[in-house]
Design a protein around this ligand. Structure first.
Ligand SMILES: Cc1cc2nc3c(=O)[nH]c(=O)nc-3n(C[C@H](O)[C@H](O)[C@H](O)COP(=O)(O)OP(=O)(O)OC[C@H]3O[C@@H](n4cnc5c(N)ncnc54)[C@H](O)[C@@H]3O)c2cc1C
Length: 387
């Protein structure tokens, strides 16, 4: 596997173990069937509990069954999972960074005890409802409301493009609390079997086909006070979750790109044209050289992010740069790789075009490429250019 400047030579035993476990899992359990799942538009649901048993959901958290592995180990896990398919990494990202993380960071003791162990081992599935039909890049404009009702809250509104919503047991939903001064955004844990909750599947996706995506409809849904996150108010809540998930994506995208590179290299060495392997042509070598260089730069950025995160010095703007760069690298690498595979490259027998289609979602969710450009622009100039 491409590790051109030997970054993995410096990782410890824990990181190696996590990497090897995830790599073996992807080889044995993901790669053999993921092409079929992609074609059929299904998620290999049998992997949900297997991934839980292997500790793939938020292993970087501490307590309630989470082993608190290093941020590098967590990053390597994301890299290996996305080398399999972005849908598999998305499953782990949503469950870990978008559901378990906010419960761990902002939840009550009772919420942690109830949800963290069962989400961690895959007995329950969670989803994260922030995006709305009219509010994607600007989630602060959300219309979903929560209003005090006796000892609890009444929720109304709709969320869309929610990974895992149709199979989720619980949804972390962000809504405007109209009973508090200034209508602050607050987080609610909503069991999906509550009256008034619907979770219709979104079909017809041409990207991330092996992931289940849906809407969350909330029609006068009553939730008790004990389902509210007590310790967070305002957009800082959902945005902090996105920073966690984007950190995993910055690593994961490198995995997808690396898998495309490896496919292209193998293919170029095996495919003969004009009397020998296509790898002997300078045009093909240039493509491999460029892919390897960009992937290595993405890896360096990801490792640096892990160091900063360990030291508690990681800022959301750092993550924006890495998400933006590494996903773009994966997007370009998947195209290049597909190109090198010729006609065979457009089938699900090979991974590059599947990755290419997936990366269109990864380029868009968790802050589009444009939005991360604006975040960096504001950081570098002090001037916001969103409006
Ligand atoms: C498969 C999939 C899974 C997803 N999973 C989840 C999930 O689990 N939970 C969740 O909450 N959301 C999820 N999302 C939603 C995702 O985060 C949004 O799609 C994303 O934030 C973009 O929002 P939008 O689609 O409404 O696009 P829009 O915000 O409408 O953007 C459309 C275009 O306009 C550009 N644009 C927007 N604002 C600006 C600006 N100020 N300046 C310049 N250009 C701008 C964008 O970059 C984009 O190119 C998922 C999406 C997909 C496709």
């Amino acid at each position: 596997m491409l590790d051109f400047v030997r970054l993995e030579a410096d990782v410890g035993e824990e990181e190696r173990l996590v990497r090897d476990t995830a790599r073996e899992f992807v080889e044995d359990r993901v790669k053999p069937t993921i092409g079929d799942h992609f074609e059929e538009g299904t998620f290999p649901t049998e992997l949900i509990s297997e991934m839980g048993e292997l500790g793939f959901y938020a292993p970087n958290l501490e307590g309630y069954g989470s082993p608190n592995v290093s941020e590098t180990a967590y990053g390597l896990l994301m890299q290996e999972l996305e080398a399999g398919d972005s849908a598999v990494r998305s499953m782990a990202s949503v469950q870990g960074a978008l559901v378990m993380y906010p419960i761990s960071a902002y939840g009550t003791e009772a919420q942690k005890e109830k949800w963290l162990p069962r989400l961690g081992n895959g007995d329950s599935v969670g989803c994260f409802g922030l995006t709305e039909p009219e509010h994607g890049s600007n989630p602060a404009g959300m219309r979903t409301t929560a209003e005090r009702d006796g000892s609890g809250y009444l929720l109304d509104g709709s969320k869309t493009w929610i990974t895992n919503a149709p199979i989720a047991d619980v949804a972390v939903v962000w809504a405007r609390d109209r009973s508090s001064e200034g209508d602050p955004v607050r987080g609610f844990l909503i069991e999906t079997d509550r009256d008034g909750v619907t979770t219709n599947e979104i079909t017809g996706k041409l990207s991330l086909r092996a992931s289940i995506t849906g809407e969350i409809g909330l029609n006068d849904v009553t939730v008790p006070e004990e389902n509210v996150f007590p310790d967070v108010s305002g957009m800082a809540g959902p945005l902090s979750c996105l920073t966690q998930a984007r950190y995993g994506i910055a690593w994961g995208a490198v995995g997808a790109a690396r898998d495309c590179f490896e496919q292209a290299r193998t293919y170029a060495l095996e495919r003969d044209q004009f009397g020998g392997p296509i790898a002997r042509f300078q045009l093909q070598q240039e493509k491999l050289a460029e892919m390897a260089t960009q992937i290595t730069l993405g890896q360096l950025l990801a490792y640096r992010l892990a160091d900063l995160k360990e030291r508690d010095e990681l800022r959301s703007q750092h993550v924006s740069m890495a998400k933006r760069n590494n996903v773009r690298t994966a997007r370009e690498t998947s195209r290049r790789s597909r190109e090198m595979l010729g006609g065979n490259g457009i089938t699900t027998d090979y991974s590059p075009m599947r990755h290419m289609a997936n990366i269109e979602t990864v380029y868009t969710y968790e802050g589009t490429h444009d939005i991360h450009t604006l975040i960096l622009g504001e950081e570098l100039t002090g001037i916001s250019a969103y409006q």
